[in-house]
Design a protein. Structure first.
Length: 175
């Protein structure tokens, strides 16, 4: 029985779509993860600079779920998420791109978390361990209702069972 285990890799972008050199250099220095677990996060083929009303230029470099973009803010070096909806405001994912990259690497390194039939009390302990690891990297990343706090809630609820992320034996996950 084999499984397609998630592994940490840095993204290799095809092009930079007019991203300013300073932002490109900062992103290259920190590295951008290629993906995380399941549909939590994946890098775009090419980052793109976009103007976000009230925030200035941001660099979209990834996606999360069905309708969330992940952005690098060159002025603060933070990673932000923005729901793909008119007027949606950015919220913090990680304080810096380096912390985002380290958080993704750490979460992948802790996987697998549990199986489908793992009881709630065990999932709560596992989620607490993951939360503690994230908190050591970037405490601000765990503010309620943000990217990583929501991920921890999803881990607790059972959304990251091995069978959900890696698929049953001998089956690759959908990407």
């Amino acid at each position: 029985m084999t499984r397609d285990w998630p592994s940490f890799e840095l993204a290799s972008f095809r092009s930079w779509n007019g991203v300013p050199a300073a932002a490109r250099d900062a992103m290259t220095a920190s590295g951008v993860p290629k993906s995380s677990l399941g549909r939590l996060y994946w890098a775009l083929d090419s980052p793109t600079e976009v103007q976000v009303d009230g925030y200035g230029p941001l660099v979209r470099f990834g996606n999360s779920g069905l309708s969330v973009g992940l952005y690098f803010d060159p002025s603060s070096e933070a990673v932000l998420e923005i729901v793909d909806a008119p007027g949606a405001a950015p919220t913090l994912v990680n304080t810096t791109l380096a912390q985002f990259t380290e958080t993704v690497k750490t979460v992948i390194g802790m996987y697998p978390f549990y199986s489908r039939n793992t009881p709630l009390d065990a999932r709560i302990r596992i989620a607490a361990d993951i939360s503690a690891a994230i908190g050591q990297i970037d405490p601000a990343a765990l503010d309620p209702d943000r990217f990583w706090a929501t991920f921890i809630d999803d881990v607790t609820s059972g959304d990251y069972a091995t069978e959900e992320v890696s698929g049953p034996p001998d089956v690759r996950p959908r990407r």
